[in-house]
Design a protein around this ligand. Structure first.
Ligand SMILES: [Zn+2]
Length: 390
């Protein structure tokens, strides 16, 4: 029932005919098929229930196709140990006032080194994260010792960077360090950690850890420093964060954020949609092999409808025989069955008009993503009196 209403809505929005294949309408409308959306949402809901401890189900693993993850590793939202109005969190992002592309490396390096001179009696922890095709890693470098951490492949760089800071804070607590600097080149992590009122799960974990340190009179300052300008500790952290992805010496940490789960479920369902689209046969499929959206015309509703119908390959001209319960209509000039392809590319009746308007010889060039010559196609339809038959 919902399926029918959903499809009718998409037909109305795109202007597609009833005869058009649903898979093509979904593609043109850039709308995930409902069954895939249901699968994505129900898997995400399961992950949320496990994450919030609101399920009595002992099965902690979520599965989607070949993807499997134990959701006990999803970072949970902790309560704040310290109320926001008394929470003390010290950070220094002064260096970010300089725009990186406009600042010479050595100027930036000197600025950074002179900032660090103000904190000579602080123990310095350099943190960094890395995400490549091969996976996700992070490192914490202090006291000439690197610590390498590897995460599940679908974790975001944000999770990796933030977890490295969390790990540094745990080390500061364990080693009872009085004064520590945490130096990160990832500004969005520092910004979100500084959001005391509505932090995300990992920022809250970090804030609680800082609260514990404050309580023990251990001082921690988060500092943003620019990357790749030759600050030795930062360069080392960068190297080890990359190495962590493949090194057997890295500790594997099976954690992720709920946002990471959401991201991986989205990309898995898109993959599945693409797979389905690739193995399907339709007129649209021939010119548009991908599920990624193409730009539509934004000038006139009627023109947008014409583009959609031509791309899908179902127009009144080519498919009205279905409504009359007859056989497909043949072209009176060429004896061929009338299709969008026949009319735009091969029909002898329109050959001269087509040449005079420079209409290309491939459907992809006429109807593909680049519609800059679509005015010519519209003129072709007008001159051949097909405009009102699309
Ligand atoms: Zn013809």
């Amino acid at each position: 029932m919902i399926e029918t209403i959903h499809n009718s809505g998409l037909r109305l929005a795109t202007g597609a005919f009833r005869s058009s294949p649903i898979s093509s309408i979904l593609n043109i409308a850039n709308t995930l098929p409902l069954d895939l959306r249901r699968m994505q949402n129900s898997t995400l809901q399961k992950a949320k229930r496990i994450h919030n401890n609101t399920t009595s189900n002992l099965e902690n693993t979520i599965k989607l196709n070949n993807f499997k993850f134990n959701c006990s590793g999803v970072l949970k939202h902790e309560h704040a140990i310290t109320p926001p109005w008394v929470m003390e969190l010290h950070s220094n992002t002064d260096l970010s006032q300089h725009i990186k592309s406009e600042t010479m490396d050595y100027t930036f390096r000197n600025l950074t080194l002179s900032l660090l001179e103000d904190y000579q009696n602080y123990i310095k922890f350099y943190t960094d994260g890395s995400k490549t095709e091969a996976g996700v890693g992070a490192s914490v470098y202090f006291n000439n010792t690197p610590k390498m951490i590897k995460f599940p492949d679908f974790c975001s760089i944000y999770t990796a960077e933030a977890y490295a800071i969390y790990h540094a804070l745990e080390t500061i607590q364990q080693l009872k360090i009085d004064k520590a600097l945490i130096l990160s080149d990832y500004q969005s992590t520092i910004n979100s950690i500084s959001n005391i009122n509505q932090p995300n799960a990992i920022s809250r974990m970090i804030q609680n850890q800082i609260s514990l340190l404050n309580h023990n009179n251990q001082n921690v300052l988060l500092v943003w420093i620019p990357s790749h300008i030759g600050i030795p500790g930062n360069e080392t952290a960068d190297t080890y964060a990359k190495r962590a992805i493949t090194s057997p010496e890295a500790s594997l940490v099976q954690i992720c954020s709920l946002g990471d789960i959401k991201g991986v479920l989205q990309s898995l369902t898109l993959q599945q949609w693409q797979h389905r689209w690739t193995s399907s046969l339709s007129k649209l499929n021939v010119i548009k092999p991908s599920i990624n959206p193409w730009p539509t015309l934004t000038t006139k509703r009627r023109h947008e409808v014409i583009v959609n119908r031509l791309r899908i390959g179902h127009t009144w001209l080519t498919h009205n025989f279905l409504m009359r319960h007859e056989d497909p209509t043949q072209c009176t000039t060429c004896g061929e069955i009338i299709t969008v392809e026949h009319v735009l590319l091969h029909c002898r009746k329109y050959a001269d008009t087509k040449t005079s308007l420079n209409i290309p010889d491939h459907l992809y060039e006429i109807l593909g993503p680049d519609l800059k010559n679509f005015n010519n196609t519209l003129m072709f339809l007008q001159q051949t009196k097909l405009y009102n038959l699309i």
